[in-house]
Write a protein that binds this ligand. Structure first.
Ligand code: GLY
Ligand code: MN
Ligand code: MN
Length: 443
């Protein structure tokens, strides 16, 4: 059984007996006439099928009594003319064999078949309010089933949110997923090394971006996992900077947040380095503070400990450092506990310390235990994948030491939780001051 078939079986087993789940992949999106955005399948759909063509729908029917679960794929038909223009498409017969579904039909038959497949079914699982077009299509099927009421046919009494089940499944990465995530992180780490090696004062940010993209593609990654951030100087304090069009200056730090997607799995890495290869003293002080915060956060990754401990461990180190370096006035704020209680760190650290990572860069899955009273932070479990990305961003301000003005630093790694703690996937990108300066001195 393939990993995809095993996931379908697990999903079917968690559904009501005899219920039907239906899941469409993403539509193609036009960029302008005759030109589409690069196509990217829907992550949930891919997770259950491995099928990457647009205009595809998966229907899963849960087992009931002696009737086993069944999966049906609707996809594009073979079409010689379209294949001359756009390339190969499987067509239902070949797709059924290659992707291990029980049945496959042309996508054009979907509406007619759904009216039949939903007859006398207790519940329908689908992605509620995900796409207006799909919601309307589902409503059409339900109407078509209800129209058969006079012949005794009943429509599903309940609709249920399919994505809630899939989000939970996707949170724990199986071995094949972990191997792809390591590959994505290794390629991206190599791209960060390449950018560090290429960096020279006076280069434009987009020239460094080009080094990243070249390395991603050269190593077989299909896409960047998100728009790369290459932010020099003060732009590093803009969290989602993506213009990447400024010229670097001697003495600048460059913050690069860039990861690739390899076989549908994302990496997400940030490194911050001096464009001239040597950290200044103030840059080094802040850099080593962020690095200590990241180390503390990584140490907090232990199965059974709550996810929120990761952020809290980083925050505590950052808050201590802000007092020590006089970014925060000790006479005003007192001790670290008070800084944390009052959230006095937020002018310099205003984001979380990470997120789930997987098929999506901000992957699915709740951060809380939704079944426990008060919905506390959920415990970490082996197989979860997350980023660990503390930072510090210092804008000019009246009581802010001038030597730190306009320095922005983030250090981000990709991690899988295993039985003993954090397994870092992105260690190939140098991280300590010495590692970075040594690599850049050898340029
Ligand atoms: N690159 C997006 C993030 O770090 O969350
Ligand atoms: Mn991230
Ligand atoms: Mn990132």
């Amino acid at each position: 059984m393939t990993a995809y078939a095993a996931r379908r079986a697990r999903l079917a087993a968690s559904m009501e007996p005899g219920a039907v789940a239906v899941l469409a992949t993403s539509p193609e999106v036009a960029r302008n006439s005759d030109s589409d955005y690069p196509y990217r399948h829907d992550s949930h759909f891919y997770y259950l099928t491995g099928f990457m063509e647009p205009e595809s729908v998966l229907v899963l029917i849960a087992a009931q009594g002696d009737t086993p679960a069944r999966s049906i794929l609707f996809c594009r038909e073979k079409n010689v003319e379209r294949e001359i223009w756009d390339g190969f498409r499987y067509g239902p017969a070949a797709a059924r064999d290659a992707f291990g579904v029980d049945e496959a039909y042309p996508i054009g038959e979907l509406d007619a078949q759904m009216a039949r497949l939903l007859a006398d079914v207790p519940a329908l699982y689908y992605a509620h309010a995900h796409s207006a077009a799909f919601d309307a299509q589902v409503a059409g099927w339900l109407k078509a089933v209800r129209a058969q009421a006079r012949s005794g046919v009943t429509a599903p009494a309940r609709t249920k949110h399919l994505l809630a089940l899939l989000d939970e499944m996707r949170l724990i990465k199986d071995e094949s997923e972990q191997a792809l995530m390591l590959r994505a992180a290794t390629i991206a780490a190599g791209a960060h090394v390449r950018a560090m090696r290429a960096a020279r004062p006076g280069m434009f940010e987009y020239e460094l971006e080009a080094e990243l993209l070249y390395e991603f593609r050269r190593k077989g990654a299909q896409f960047p996992a998100y728009t790369p951030i290459v932010a020099s100087g003060a732009s590093a304090c803009i969290l989602h900077y993506s213009a990447n069009n400024a010229q670097t200056r001697d003495g600048d730090l460059v913050l690069i947040d860039a990861g690739c997607e390899f076989d549908s799995y994302a990496s997400d890495i940030t490194r911050t380095f001096p464009v001239n290869g040597r950290f200044s003293e103030p840059q080094k002080l802040l850099y080593e503070l962020v690095l200590r915060a990241q180390e503390a956060a990584l140490q907090a990754i232990v199965p059974g400990r709550p996810y929120s401990d990761v952020h809290e461990a980083a925050l505590r180190v950052l808050a201590e450092g802000m007092l020590d370096l006089r970014l925060l006035d000790r006479a005003t704020w007192g001790n670290v506990d008070n800084v944390l209680a009052e959230r006095a760190y937020t002018p310099f650290y205003m984001h979380g310390t990470g997120h789930w990572l997987g098929l999506d860069v901000h992957d699915t899955g709740s951060y809380r235990d939704l079944n426990a009273a008060g919905k506390p932070s959920r415990p970490l479990l082996a197989g979860m994948a997350l980023t660990v990305e503390p930072g510090i961003y210092v804008r000019p301000g009246p009581n802010v030491p001038e030597r730190f003005w306009n320095i922005g630093i983030r250090i981000e790694d990709d991690v899988i939780v295993d039985a003993s703690g954090a397994r870092v996937l992105s260690g190939g990108a140098p991280k300590t001051v010495q590692e970075i300066e040594t690599l850049m001195a050898e340029r």
